[in-house]
Design a protein around this ligand. Structure first.
Ligand code: AOF
Ligand code: ZN
Length: 372
């Protein structure tokens, strides 16, 4: 691995922070930021805002103009080398006379994946990778997972009492957590390609699942709302329908007459494979991957959360813990089949804990080391 200077780290950190500006808007494309530097000074910067618009490198080159000649390009993802919705960044960098390209990571897109750096190298540009790679991978974990496995990165958000319950026996669950925790959920929604729930939650809580101000950046597009509804019970009166934005209902019962359900036009009913009584969750997520969703936020009840966890489809859980006891009659956070021995428990790794107002937030990765 090449030795990188403090300056290399500094400019890559800047490229990453520019990339971060596309957190809520770049999908299905990756979040990419670019810094062009010459003699220790930044001569151009750019970041990718929307799919179909200019890539980070192109904007940085435009800002730098003639000053790009001989400059080093710092970018958190390998420059692309094919003409997609926009022209290849490699060609623009070569044309502008960049001397060196430092990419934090390769682009996992099979159409790029090493070919971008190779093209630059063949044009006589010095290419290096690896600076702040861990941060770069974290920023685009959804894009990377989708490119490598065809599946979106799945985060389950669950609000619980300190005794691990999500709703009272009566079904009441509004509200377990306080304002700051609920505002944090808005942030999670804003950076997701889609928010997914089950029909049980739609019928019980009638959620809207949109991102409310002030978490909407300029020109923000609402995440797609996805409802898993094996028997197509989705009611035409659902509050979700009153808010603009794309709604997908995945069902095993697409034969059912849509007009009989009262579902508004515009809601997309998608036939999905069943597995016994329920939708086959792996097919569901494969489908969402094919629709180019990078990150899915699951806001569901114990049935769907349990099923997703058991199907090994949840990557991370974000648990908001309220300092209250809801009692043993209340519903658990995830319905899982009986676990016979401690060795078979689902193992998590805690990545972060934080106090949000009166509540606690725990972010944990699901390990799936043991077979259930
Ligand atoms: C870059 N810089 O800023 C981004 C890249 O359809 P297009 O032309 O927008 O190309 C999309 C692909 O380009 C995307 O799948 C990913 O491989 C790459 N994204 N590449 O050099 C950028 N956003
Ligand atoms: Zn590009």
């Amino acid at each position: 691995m090449p030795d990188f200077s403090a300056e290399d780290y500094r400019f890559m950190a800047r490229a990453l922070s520019l990339a971060h500006r596309g957190l809520c808007t770049a999908h299905p494309n990756p979040r990419v930021g670019c810094v062009l530097a010459h003699h220790g000074l930044i001569v151009g910067e750019g970041w990718h805002r929307f799919a179909g618009e200019a890539h980070a490198e192109v904007l940085a080159l435009k800002a730098a103009g003639e000053r790009a000649r001989g400059a080093t390009c710092y970018v958190n993802l390998e420059p692309c080398c094919y003409h997609g919705k926009t022209p290849a960044c490699t060609e623009a960098l070569i044309r502008a006379g960049a001397a060196r390209v430092v990419a934090a990571t390769l682009d996992p897109n099979p159409r790029v994946n090493g070919h971008g750096l190779l093209a630059l190298k063949q044009a006589g540009i010095l290419v290096q990778t690896g600076v702040l790679a861990e941060q770069a991978v974290a920023l685009n974990r959804g894009f990377i997972k989708r490119m490598q496995h065809g599946l979106p990165f799945v985060t389950s958000k669950i609000a619980i009492s300190i005794d691990g319950r999500v709703a009272l026996h009566s079904g009441a669950s509004q509200w377990i957590t306080s304002g700051p925790a609920r505002a944090d959920v808005q942030r999670l929604r804003a950076q997701s390609s889609a928010v997914m729930t089950g029909i049980g939650t739609v019928l019980a809580d009638d959620p809207v699942l949109t991102v409310r101000s002030p978490f909407r950046p300029a020109e923000f597009r609402q995440p797609v709302r996805v409802v898993l509804d094996s028997r197509l019970r989705f009611p035409g009166t659902a509050k979700m329908l009153s808010e603009p934005g794309r709604i997908l209902v995945l069902t095993g019962n697409s034969e059912r007459d849509k007009s009989a359900t009262g579902i508004a036009n515009g809601t997309e009913i998608i036939a999905s494979a069943m597995r016994g009584e329920h939708l086959d969750l792996e097919s569901v997520l494969n489908h969402l991957g094919r629709l180019e969703f990078n990150e899915i936020l699951v806001e569901a009840g114990p049935t769907l959360n349990g099923a997703l966890l058991q199907a090994r489809l949840v990557d991370e859980i974000v648990v908001y813990i309220a300092p209250k006891l809801m009692g043993s009659e209340a519903l658990p956070m995830a319905r899982l089949d009986t676990i016979a021995t401690m060795a078979e428990c689902l193992e998590l790794s805690i990545l972060d804990t934080r106090v949000l107002g009166p509540d606690l937030r725990v972010i944990a990765r699901v390990n799936y080391r043991h077979k259930l």
